[in-house]
Design a protein around this ligand. Structure first.
Ligand SMILES: Nc1nc2c(ncn2[C@@H]2O[C@H](COP(=O)(O)OP(=O)(O)OP(=O)(O)O)[C@@H](O)[C@H]2O)c(=O)[nH]1
Ligand SMILES: [K+]
Ligand SMILES: [Mg+2]
Length: 364
């Protein structure tokens, strides 16, 4: 039996197995097996050169956003509308066959938007160009999942499943589980809270399935087997995701209102240019970028041309963004704004900056 058949067998078995006390361990093991086979698929045949022509796009700008969605939801139309790049759009499916990059300028940042071929059910298992699309998706800072407002909820579920299957976790935090493999000493399991979703026996079983016999594990929150498997397998990608429902010109205002109220959702119409500014603002928020303004001694801050940094960036990151050699010549910094305890606070390289701070660097 090939891996794909094995995966499909296990999926079927999981689907027909009722979840109760008696089947709990069986189900946990099935999930562990499934994750293992999926990992094998992703590693793929080494000779297949799966990267794929037309998918190797250079990173550029301050952040990268991948447009992922079923065929003909309007991905290319969005790219052509928001950037100066034109990506062919048409009413038939699979119009786009490669990765087309464009740049959105917003709040002073250059955001690289990647238009990609539509993906379909089974993409994770290698159908269509799914694997290439997903590989590009993993290189992005966030996913924009584009959905057709007429069939959005189903599409959203299916796509989320496909991405889950290849280890992409949308709008989720990594499980707060400490895990370290060791050379010997057996398995030590501790928890800083009561575990209601997994038993010690289940943890042991899953570890054994992965042939792990020596490890320290600390559950810091109440998780089930999925979280444990994620931690053991590693290589999960946690990404912010905005669900963008396009073609709202085709649905009732009540339906628009219902969708717009769901978490992480934005409604737009590319054709009618509806709500596109709100979409860009939301994307900016999800990317968690900050702007830091620089200032020279005795001069006003340069509010025209801020540095675009990732949230959580330090003075050191800012220095790198200003000039390659600045860190080596750094004496001290001074900060005005939210991150400063008082105006002009003296700070070192490790000081964390906030959005719209002003920074003055004094060199040695
Ligand atoms: N009614 C309506 N149609 C739209 C809208 N945006 C795009 N379309 C239409 O949807 C069809 C598909 O658009 P594309 O941009 O090619 O979609 P895609 O997601 O890039 O498709 P593939 O590259 O084939 O995956 C085209 O006929 C567009 O004109 C919209 O806001 N409203
Ligand atoms: K299309
Ligand atoms: Mg397209």
């Amino acid at each position: 039996m090939g891996i794909l058949e094995k995966i499909s067998e296990i999926e079927k078995e999981i689907a027909r197995t009722q979840k109760n006390k008696a089947t709990e361990y069986h189900l946990g093991l099935l999930k562990a097996k499934l994750a293992k086979y999926r990992a094998q698929i992703l590693e793929g045949p080494k000779n297949s050169g799966q990267k794929g022509e037309g998918f190797d796009v250079m990173k550029s700008g301050d952040a990268r956003v991948a447009l992922i969605g079923f065929p003909s939801v309007g991905k290319s139309t969005l790219l052509s509308t928001l950037t100066s790049t034109t990506s062919e759009a048409a009413s038939y499916e699979f119009t786009t066959l490669t990765c087309i990059p464009g740049v959105i300028q917003h709040n002073g940042a250059n955001i690289q938007l990647l238009d990609l071929p539509g993906i379909i059910e089974g993409a994770a298992a290698g159908k269509g160009r799914g694997r290439q699309v997903i590989a590009v998706g993993r290189t992005a800072d966030m996913v924009v999942m584009m959905l057709d407002a007429l069939k959005g909820d189903v599409q959203k579920e299916l796509l989320t499943k496909e991405l889950e299957a290849v280890g992409i976790r949308l709008n989720k935090k990594p499980p707060n589980i400490y895990y370290k493999e060791k050379k010997g000493g057996g398995i030590s399991i501790t928890a800083t809270c009561t575990l209601t979703k997994i038993s010690e026996k289940m943890i042991q079983l899953i570890l054994h399935e992965y042939k792990i016999f020596n490890a320290d594990i600390v559950f810091r929150e109440d998780y089930g087997e999925d979280a444990l498997i994620d931690v053991i397998v590693g290589n999960r990608k946690y990404m912010p995701c905005l669900y963008v429902y396009n073609k709202i010109d085709q649905i009732s205002i009540e339906e628009v209102d219902r969708i717009a109220r769901q978490p992480h959702c934005v409604v737009i119409s590319c054709n009618m240019l509806l709500n596109l500014d709100h979409f860009k603002d939301s994307m900016w928020k999800y990317l968690a970028l900050i702007t830091v303004y620089t200032k020279k001694p005795g001069k006003k801050p340069d509010f025209e041309d801020g540095l675009i940094l990732r949230s959580g960036s330090t003075v050191e990151h800012a220095c790198h963004a200003i000039h390659r050699t600045l860190v080596a010549n750094f004496k001290y910094g001074q900060v005005w704004g939210l991150s400063a305890k008082y105006n002009g606070q003296h700070v070192g390289l490790s000081h964390k900056l906030c959005h719209e701070d002003v920074l003055l660097v004094t060199k040695k």
